[in-house]
Design a protein around this ligand. Structure first.
Ligand SMILES: Cc1cc2nc3c(=O)[nH]c(=O)nc-3n(C[C@H](O)[C@H](O)[C@H](O)COP(=O)(O)OP(=O)(O)OC[C@H]3O[C@@H](n4cnc5c(N)ncnc54)[C@H](O)[C@@H]3O)c2cc1C
Length: 485
């Protein structure tokens, strides 16, 4: 039924995507403002739709997040409808079945999502469904922030300044208190039948040691962070053994919380040093910057931004890649990071940089292979932040770390995990290693290894490469592409 002939009690549709929340949800609030019954829907689109397949860790998160969202929606009056199928066919069919004349959604900013949504905006009115779309996933929409000449940014600091000059992000909207349920609800599939939880249950079981998916947990985590950990963030954020960051990334990745809500929660905090607040906000803005890069460079996840890197002599070494994924490289900080990833679907940012650098520069394995592993195993996998960060480490990205700045896994470990607590937590076979050798067990005298119960090449691996030699090899490879350019 076309919009203009819809009766006042005909419902509207709200299509949830990576915005699994009621709070600060512009599309949902606008739907409520119509005064009509609201039908919330989540569509599991087929792979061919091109919206990208979620990795295994994020699928685990999605299962729990949808469950939480369904409960919240039910609590305020309307049930979440789950449907598998193409968005166009599903929305058109639902419009026909329910008499809905409008669908509301929050915009997405990845290239495939943008293309699909543009096509839907063109085609859905043909099925009698008007589209109303809203911002809300970023602090500012990527097209809004422009350089002085009207182009996109490639360097972070001027982007941050432009964002500061753009003014405060919109004030977040409160969650609606009630929804009017439709007289007749379309049929929903059962979440349990979607098999989003991993087939190997023992793998993701440990995720719940630290995570509670869902909007309520996201808001609670934000207030805990602001009260307890924002003070000191600038220093602590680089200490993987310290619980010093917000751990909001998986909640942001599926839109359980908005960056605007986070931004506004860090306003006017007189008791917290300004440098901590600014440092934290700058990190949140890295997420916007990554989306800005992806928006203006749609091939960011698959192609080097700096095309000189297209000639890089990557090595294919399945066995080395396998050891990296399993945390068996013989470099304790790298191994601890990769095992944290497996155990919790998360890795501390400092260690992500070290582990990524190790794969790219010590093992000479293409950054895209590492990015794909992260996308499958991170609960916070994000198409923009993951691609931009991997290209940053590789040196092929925008405003990237120069290739010749090669992280030394021993020195990085000693600097950022000085007591070795992070390593001991995730690499228990090194638990009894003295602090002096915790990041370099291969330099420990035999008696020290024996006393710590460590057998190199037995209970813990010998280093997969000699870092000094690997560094020289990486620099030679880099010289090769520079010479060819
Ligand atoms: C190789 C590599 C891959 C990465 N892949 C992802 C990814 O897939 N998804 C993801 O969300 N982050 C990714 N990051 C960025 C960063 O590691 C995580 O955002 C951060 O560790 C999340 O922890 P937190 O929420 O406690 O961060 P906090 O320190 O509390 O920061 C607050 C928020 O700021 C944003 N943020 C912080 N650092 C960055 C950054 N460097 N780039 C973009 N946004 C940032 C995140 O949304 C984060 O939740 C990657 C970094 C590297 C080096």
């Amino acid at each position: 039924m076309p919009n203009d002939t819809a009766s006042n009690d005909s419902p509207v549709l709200v299509w949830f995507r990576k915005d699994l929340r009621l709070d600060d949800n512009h599309a949902l609030c606008a739907a409520v403002t119509t005064g009509r019954p609201v039908i919330p829907v989540y569509i599991r689109e087929p792979e061919e739709a091109g919206t990208g397949v979620l990795g295994a860790a994020q699928s685990w998160w999605l299962h729990h997040s949808l469950k939480a969202l369904a409960a919240s929606l039910h609590g305020i009056g309307s049930d979440l409808i789950l449907v598998t199928g193409s968005a166009e066919a599903t929305l058109s069919r639902m419009a026909k079945e329910t008499g809905a004349g409008t669908v509301f959604w929050n915009r997405r900013y990845d290239p495939n999502g943008i293309a699909l949504d543009s096509a839907l905006k063109d085609r859905l009115p043909g099925s009698g469904l008007q589209v109303n779309s809203f911002s809300g996933q970023l602090l500012h929409e990527p097209s809004r922030i422009k350089t002085g000449t009207g182009g996109p940014y490639r360097v972070y600091t001027p982007f941050w300044r432009a964002l500061e000059n753009a003014g405060e992000p919109d004030t977040p909207l409160d969650a609606p208190e009630t929804l009017i349920a439709p007289d007749q609800c379309p049929k929903s599939e059962r979440l349990e039948d979607w098999t989003l939880l991993p087939v190997k249950p023992d793998w993701a079981q440990t995720f719940s040691e630290i995570w509670t998916p869902g909007e309520a947990a996201a808001l609670e985590r934000l207030s805990d962070f602001v009260e307890e950990r924002l003070d000191g963030y600038k220093h602590n954020r680089d200490r993987p053994a310290v619980d010093g960051t917000s751990r909001l990334s998986p909640h942001l990745a599926l839109g359980e919380i908005t960056p605007a809500r986070i931004w506004h929660a860090t306003r006017g905090l007189r008791s917290i040093p300004a440098e901590d607040v600014t440092t934290f906000r700058k990190e949140v803005v890295w997420r916007d910057f990554s989306y800005h890069l992806l928006f203006h460079n749609p091939t960011l996840p698959t192609e080097n931004l700096n095309r000189t890197y297209d000639a890089f002599p990557w090595v294919s070494d399945p066995s080395a890649f396998d050891r990296w994924t399993k945390g068996m490289t013989g470099y304790p900080i790298v191994d601890a990071g990769m095992r944290q990833l497996w155990r919790h679907g998360y890795m501390h940012n400092r260690v992500r940089m070290i582990a990524a650098s190790f794969l790219i520069k010590d093992l000479l394995i293409d950054w895209r292979r590492g990015a794909a592993w992260f996308a499958d195993t991170l609960v916070d996998a994000d198409p923009a932040s993951n691609a931009a960060s991997w290209q940053w480490v590789a040196g092929s990205g925008a405003d990237a770390s120069p290739f010749y700045r090669i992280f030394n896994p021993i020195l990085q470990g000693e600097k950022f995990d000085p007591e070795g607590d992070y390593v001991r937590n995730f690499v228990p076979e090194l638990e009894r290693m003295p602090q002096k050798f915790i990041h370099r067990p291969f330099d420990a005298p035999a008696a020290v290894l024996k006393a710590a119960g460590v057998e190199l090449g037995g209970s813990y691996p010998e280093p997969i490469v000699n870092h000094a030699m690997a560094r020289d090899r990486a620099l030679a490879a880099y010289q090769q592409i520079k010479d060819a350019a």
